[in-house]
Write a protein that binds this ligand. Structure first.
Ligand SMILES: Cc1ncc(C[n+]2csc(CCOP(=O)(O)OP(=O)(O)O)c2C)c(N)n1
Ligand SMILES: [Mg+2]
Length: 892
């Protein structure tokens, strides 16, 4: 163990060591701890210069960080708080037990909250400040599995009815219920942050705390001392996202951020680190990342024993045990503790000699002692200059006794037998008799009881109730027609990409009177890829410390300008972190009452594919804003190959219910989508967000062909009608994004070479079309007596003659999923398969989505329909230069 007291190096005399120690003591006495620390630091540097390889340890001993003498007085009524906590414990347990009695295996967790009750209650009674008109409030990420405790508290607070509690995990019952975990989508007046997909909330909390600073530095909100608290499980820290952004927090000196890690040493299956010490491991990771680490390991009962231990034997012994041993010790009898813990050394045994076995058994852990927890929280909120993590030791399933306390099965414990219920009731002093108690009723003392009065008074003093979600931003009012007008007019033949067009819009939006300040561009080290560098200088890159150096390119027009009031969030190479900022910005309408509008632009392949779970959480949180998948399209992004070329994201966007997904081809389509998106989200307050793919293929942007806005938004419109609608051979071609141009070229070839006259449609969103189709079918099914509605796709194509061919830069499943509402068979071309490092032309040949393949598919459909002869197809294959024996891109 790192914190073992090392044995004496050979050759060194005791007296020599004693001399060194004494001189340090005298410095301490005469000049104080700062000078002593300085000397030690200098000694360390001196030793290093002289080639002495000092062992590195980021650990402190296995002891409380805050010594008893620095522990503040506990300001509350400890006995009353204990009683309130006991009631919450009971109701939290009752909620789970009752739910599982009514519906077998409905689930729920008892042991997580049981271990964390003190950690939460000290927060609720003394720290978590509510949001009010005067103060933005603290932001709390509650550990998902502890939700029964939050519900039980809200019940005592009179905020949740017994009926709601009764319907825990049965949300669809009449009168509603409570969602299993924190889900703002399901309980939008209560929960703010979804936390139950473990690992997401620590990262989101870090970026939330940073975003709070961003808003302050940009003058969008007043500077306050509001805190972001994130409650995590120790097992949860194994998720790479949990610790993945901790250096950002220290780099940004986020002293508005406090992590509380509930170290019950257990996860679902068993110990987190049976053969090690999770607390020491976390301490070294966080200290190494320059966080302020506060360990809360031992309760007050241990203090006198430590005091008697002048030789440091107890700390040494504590550092020796692995977590598997600790797990056993804390639930064992006093005699066992005496024998197996203190018994390792006769001097240790002596320390506890005067204590009875019963008092040994009652030695509490730090995380269950409100005085220790209060001291840690107070130190955390007062700490300046870095974020704080509190590592609090607790027992999983605390108080469950034989029903699971500290046992490996405890996470899954949802039922208690009669004896166990009575035992729990007695242990926590719940005023229910033996008979009543086995019914596990919810229990709330009278409104005028001291418990309820105290609890209400504490919350009043802290500004109101937590958690509570409310929308505080006022809707925008402008229509922004002027802003977007120029983009409807085309590029006058100038070849631009849709990315360039979008960046042009972004530039203009940043200057807009109403939304200019609210726009938050977010980019994960990809701004140059998207041609956004011109914004560096004009909008500035946010840096909490401004720019401490003269940038190397200062003499150029587009230099890398960092500024304290910079608007761009240049996140570096972290799509997950950028998503954290996107979520913070896109929920600021609720969290801060500010309508910030995030535009998160990134390499499209590294979005839905890489950070889908964050996107799901964003959806749950009712995040508003725009995600832009840049360099999109499997065949439109040339050269980059298999890992980069995205033909997936529009399929992966399908499951997210409240995200709109568009694959626009032209600048005016993007303008229409963004303008309408701002209206829907920030004027109408819809809880939706947008995913728009933009490409890097340059071509002339046409003007909007008449009023096609509705079609753009609903998912499709006829972009270029057939030249000769009366022709005998007819077709309808569907293209999206850059592939629309291939459809247009095919239209030309079909017309001039094969006498086929085709309409070309721009399909801007297969997802919109699909959702419209399934919703229409559903409505018709539920309303058989009423006039049947027609899906939008069917409406568009009602009078559209000829064969149908779709081509997209994404999987063929996209067009296929709407084909059932089309009047005839649809031939779908798409980019299923692994990408290749190649140029666009070769890629589109390889994936069979170019104008030649669209032409061939059209002729083939006509052939199947008996409208053209086989020989036409044979000749076309030859004329178009198609290799019929080429490898199948799907599996090659
Ligand atoms: C990403 C993710 N993976 C798995 C789970 C399933 N799960 C729920 S709780 C749990 C164990 C939690 O252990 P810990 O973080 O130590 O919390 P504790 O309950 O001990 O406080 C697991 C594996 C989940 N919720 N999220
Ligand atoms: Mg745990």
């Amino acid at each position: 163990m790192d914190n073992e007291i090392s044995t004496q190096p050979h050759g060194m005399e005791d007296v020599e060591i004693q001399e060194w120690l004494e001189s340090l003591d005298s410095v301490l006495e005469s000049s104080g701890p700062e000078v002593a620390a300085e000397i030690l630091e200098r000694l360390r540097a001196h030793a290093t210069v002289n080639g002495i390889d000092l062992p590195f340890s980021a650990n402190t001993p296995y002891a409380n960080t805050i010594p008893v003498r620095l522990q503040p007085l506990f300001p509350g009524d400890q006995e009353l708080e204990r009683r309130i906590k006991s009631l919450i414990r009971w109701n939290a347990l009752a909620m789970v037990v009752r739910a599982n009695r009514v519906e077998h295996n409905i689930g729920g967790h008892i042991s997580t909250y049981a271990s964390a009750a003190t950690l939460y209650e000290v927060g609720f009674n003394h720290f978590f400040r509510a949001r009010s008109d005067e103060f933005e409030g603290d932001t709390v990420y509650f550990q998902g599995h502890a939700s029964p405790g939050m519900y039980a508290r809200a019940f005592l607070e009179g905020r949740l009815s017994p009926q709601k509690l009764e319907n825990f995990r049965r949300e669809l019952k009449p009168g509603g219920g409570l969602s299993s975990y924190p889900h703002p989508w399901l309980m939008p007046d209560f929960w703010e942050f979804p936390t139950v997909s473990m690992g997401l909330s620590p990262l989101m909390a870090i970026y939330q705390a940073r975003y709070n600073r961003y808003l302050e530095d940009r003058g969008l909100k007043p500077t306050t001392d509001a805190k972001v608290w994130a409650f995590l499980g120790d097992g949860e820290t194994d998720e790479p996202e949990s610790l993945g952004a901790i250096t950002l927090a220290s780099r940004e000196k986020l002293d508005n951020l406090i992590f509380v890690i509930n170290c019950n040493l257990q996860r679902l299956d068993g110990p987190v680190r049976g053969n090690g010490q999770i607390i020491q491991e976390l301490e070294s990771a966080f200290r190494g990342a320059r966080w302020n680490v506060i360990k809360v390991l031992w309760g007050s009962e241990w203090d006198p024993i430590f005091e008697r231990d002048t030789e440091g034997l107890l700390v040494k012994r504590m550092g020796e045990l692995v977590d598997g041993e600790y797990q056993k010790l804390v639930v064992s009898s006093g005699a066992y503790v005496r024998e197996h813990f203190f018994g390792s050394d006769s001097r240790l045994l002596q320390l506890v000699e005067p204590m009875s076995d019963e008092s040994l058994r009652r030695l509490r852990l730090g995380g269950h002692d409100p005085r220790k927890v209060y001291a840690a929280y107070k130190a955390a909120v007062d700490h300046k200059g870095s974020p704080t993590v509190i590592l609090a030791r607790t027992i999983k399933g605390y108080g469950l006794g034989e029903a699971g306390e500290g046992k490996n099965v405890t996470h899954q414990q949802k039922k208690l037998n009669e004896d166990e219920l009575r035992e729990f009731r007695s242990r926590f002093g719940i005023p229910l008799n033996d008979e009543d108690c086995i019914e596990v009723p919810f229990y709330r003392p009278a409104e005028d009881s001291v418990e309820i009065q105290y609890l209400r008074a504490r919350r009043e003093a802290l500004g109101g109730y937590v958690p509570k979600r409310s929308i505080r931003a006022k809707p925008l009012v402008a229509d922004h027609d002027e802003l977007f007008k120029e983009f409807l007019e085309g590029s006058d033949g100038r070849e631009v990409s849709t990315t360039m067009a979008f960046v042009g819009m972004l530039r203009k939006m940043l200057k807009d009177a109403e939304i200019g300040k609210l726009v938050v561009p977010i980019v994960p080290d990809e701004a140059r890829t998207f041609g956004m560098e011109s914004l560096f200088r004009t909008a500035g890159i946010y840096s909490s410390v401004g720019q401490k150096y003269e940038p190397v390119d200062v003499n150029t027009l587009l230099y890398y300008k960092e500024a304290k009031d910079g608007q761009i969030l240049e996140e570096g190479i972290t799509e997950a972190g950028s998503m954290g900022s996107f979520i913070a910005a896109g929920t600021a309408y609720a969290t801060h009452g500010i309508n910030t509008i995030p535009f998160f632009i990134y390499y499209s392949m590294f979005g839905f594919q890489r950070i889908a779970d964050f996107i799901w959480a964003a959806a749950d949180m009712r995040t508003r804003g725009f995600m832009l998948g840049g360099t999109a399209g499997r065949t439109t992004l040339s050269g980059e190959g298999l890992q980069h070329q995205d033909g997936n994201s529009h399929v992966l966007a399908l499951p997210v219910p409240n995200s709109k997904a568009y694959d626009p081809a032209f600048a005016y389509e993007i303008a229409v989508i963004i303008q309408d998106g701002i209206r829907r989200m920030y004027k109408e307050g819809e809880n939706i967000f947008y995913y728009i793919t933009v490409m890097n293929e340059p071509y002339a942007m046409p003007a909007m062909p008449g009023d096609v806005k509705e079609g753009i938004l609903r998912g499709m419109y006829r972009f270029r009608p057939a030249a000769n609608p009366k022709a005998k051979l007819r077709a309808q071609l569907f293209g999206s994004g850059a592939i629309l141009n291939e459809a247009l070229r095919a239209q030309e070839i079909l017309d001039t070479k094969y006498g086929v006259s085709a309409d070309v449609w721009s399909v801007t969103s297969y997802k919109e079309l699909y959702n419209d189709g399934i919703e229409t079918e559903r409505w018709n099914r539920l309303h058989p007596g009423e006039k049947a509605r027609v899906p939008y796709v069917a409406m568009c194509l009602a009078d559209a003659p000829g064969v149908l061919v779709a081509a997209s830069d994404y999987l063929k499943t996209l067009p296929n999923m709407i084909s059932k509402w089309m009047p005839r068979h649809l031939a779908s071309l798409g980019t299923d398969g692994f990408g290749r490092s190649e140029g666009r032309t070769s890629l589109r040949d390889f994936f069979e989505v170019d104008s030649r393949f669209i032409t061939l598919a059209t002729l083939h459909e006509l052939f199947v329909d008996g409208k053209v002869e086989r020989c036409i197809i044979d000749k076309a294959i030859k004329d178009l230069g198609i290799n019929a024996d080429k490898p199948n891109p799907v599996i090659s």
